[in-house]
Ligand binder design. Sequence first.
Ligand code: SF4
Ligand code: SF4
Length: 463
Amino acid sequence: MKGNSDKDNFREIHSSVTAVGGRKWMYALKPEGKWYNYRSYISYFYLILFFTLPFISVGGHPLFQFNILKGEFYFFSVLFTPQDFVMFGLGMLIFIFIVIVFTMIFGRLFCGWVCPQTIFMEMVFRKIEYWIEGNGNRQKVNDHKEWTTELILRKGFKHFIFLLISFAISITFLMYIIGERALFLIIQEPIKDHLTGFIALIFFTLVFYAVYAFVREIVCTVVCPYGRLQGVLVDSHTLSVSYDYVRGEPRTRQKTEEFGGDCIDCNLCVQVCPTGIDIRNGSSQMECTQCTACIDACNMMMAKVKRPLGLIKYASASNIESLEKFGLTSRVKTFLLILIALIGLLTLILATRKIVDVTVFKVPGQVLRYNQDGTVSNLYSMKITNKGKLTIPITLVLDQPVGIIETIGLKPDSLFAESKIDYLFFITLPVNKSDGRKGKVNIKLMSNSKQLYSGNLDFILKL
Ligand code: SF4
Ligand code: SF4
């Protein structure tokens, strides 16, 4: 992207790294303005949702839960299991395409407005820091002077609050995985009874604390893979936070208009930037999270010097360079069509989704059992998952050939709503001399007169 800057080497230096390779700490000034207010309102809504959703259940089932340990995933209180992996894979593909299309059109807008990292960093931890340690310039002065009792107390208090919030995030995060009841058991009962859960709770607390207290913007500028994708997804038609260099250059601190463009080189847009970049070096810089702080800062400055607002604004590079209006490019339209097709396919699969999943296999290692009456038995394992909201009666029957089914342990005759059972059973068949080594059996799982499953299984008759 085109830009005007005297810092020609800005792409060679990471904004968080000093000239000698150390960490350059960001002392971003607190933004003030319309966009910051909008982002704050969105963040309040987001935080309320984040901390309350794990407590919401519908019909006794969590609204959202992603229990990777048990292989149970609830979306809007509907249970999905690993057997739904086709749907899951398709859902992931759709998500990736949404990200691609959205990014092609709006750039890194997601990062600045709804990414959990930005919301917590800029709207929670950074605000607390401003409250306890003062604005960015005050923090910088404090960090470069001798330690005083007041400074130690302020820093200590800040880190204590940071730890508490990290603990709250960790608790909520784990609730999305194991559910709120299991999480409260970890907290209430003796540690030794829930050692793994307790270690996970502490581990995530420390990870969140380290991220928000120390790693900070480096998550967005170095670690996050989505940020790295920008280079291939955005182009000159992508909307992003951009500096209108046509209007702004040549930048000058002179107040009279005949000396140059509208940028008065006050540097405020750089001072409010949480990733420490200069938007005037060009839009689509990888470190830019589209947080809009520089728009607010520049608008405030433009208002002060009585020049039109919008020197930094949401615009595409083509819009700034040639006043080209926003429109969807053929590349975006192609990806949109693929996305619509994928959503259609997922809708079809969801509409025809089976409520009961059945997996049956011959138990490995158990080849066969010779019985005294001359019959032969093979051992099988069956897993049935009922994803529906009703308890269903079940009966396992041997359809072909004639033989018997014996369940090991209690014979299941019903399956509760949203539950699964695993059990073992023998199939026993008579063997004739003329029989080969291997045959087939056909079993059916019935729920009253409805067939839930039918399958042909291998049966070993002789060794
Ligand atoms: S350049 Fe502007 S929009 Fe981008 S991260 Fe910095 S302040 Fe936010
Ligand atoms: S805030 Fe606006 S006027 Fe000030 S340096 Fe940035 S672009 Fe120029």
